[in-house]
Design a protein around this ligand. Structure first.
Ligand SMILES: Cc1cc2nc3c(=O)[nH]c(=O)nc-3n(C[C@H](O)[C@H](O)[C@H](O)COP(=O)(O)O)c2cc1C
Length: 237
């Protein structure tokens, strides 16, 4: 009995240690933050600026950011603060969508990884299910490389979402795999599954689909360029 207790307590401490190590290592080895002068120089050369706000619906103790983001040709800088990591992905969008209710229609998609839609796309559907049911929705996935997309290439989450919210359309387009976009782990997977390195994104088909959607939403203005909502991403100068 004592041996079992010792085993459990040691295993628990080991698991906590490993978890803390995984969480803290990227924080401990992070490069030093840029100086105020470097940030000011970057802000001066910015083409766009945007705001990170802390008081968003999905913010919590571990997920928040606040400050001004400056986006230049080569660099993106934040003069502000972020929740303590350990790792970040930055998605640039003309507006942060907290409430689908403000939009007349939704086009939603992601790349396909290991046969699945990415988690943020699925979570978006879960979070906004009621609002999505009430407006036109067009879903897409970008995936297959080396052969034309087949029905079996459709990620199950996208198919399920399409029937859950009654989407107007759901499409799978060819994707792109290039060496420079892959991390070390992805390079190994791509080698194992022998996926070709190629750009099979069918831009003409994608443009036709976009026109079809525009025609459905506003038949009179297919050729009109629709500017993205500008309230959270502001062009500088
Ligand atoms: C690790 C890895 C796994 C992938 N798995 C699939 C897959 O299962 N099915 C598929 O159709 N495409 C797969 N792809 C191809 C991607 O979906 C394709 O590169 C897509 O265009 C990526 O879009 P993104 O760059 O916007 O994320 C995979 C790519 C990588 C790097």
């Amino acid at each position: 009995m004592k041996a079992l207790l010792l085993l459990v307590s040691h295993a628990t401490v080991l698991a906590i240690g490993v978890a803390l190590g995984i969480y803290l290592l990227p924080i401990l080895i992070a490069p030093p933050a840029p100086s105020t002068a470097q940030l000011a120089a970057q802000a001066g050369a910015a083409q766009f600026t945007g705001q990170f706000k802390r008081d968003l619906k999905d913010s919590d103790m571990l997920h928040w950011g606040e400050g001004t983001v400056s986006i230049g040709r080569q660099t993106i800088a934040l003069a502000g603060k972020l929740a303590p990591g350990p790792d970040y992905k930055l998605y640039l969008a003309p507006a942060f969508v907290e409430d689908v209710g403000r939009y007349d229609a939704v086009v939603l998609g992601s790349g396909v990884y290991a046969g699945h839609w990415l988690k943020p796309a699925k979570e978006f559907v879960d979070r906004h299910e009621a609002a999505l049911r009430e407006r036109p929705v067009f879903l897409f996935a970008s995936g297959p490389v080396g052969a034309a997309p087949k029905e079996a290439d459709e990620p199950p989450e996208m198919r399920a979402a399409a029937s859950l919210i009654g989407a107007n359309d759901h499409r799978v387009f060819g994707g792109r795999i290039t060496g420079s976009q892959l991390g070390p782990f992805e390079k190994v997977i791509v080698r194992i599954v022998k996926a070709p390195l190629a750009d099979d994104r069918p831009w003409d088909d994608i443009a036709d689909w976009a026109k079809e959607i525009a025609r459905y939403l506003d038949p009179e203005s297919v050729s009109r360029r629709v500017a993205p909502p500008a309230e959270s991403l502001v062009e500088v100068g």
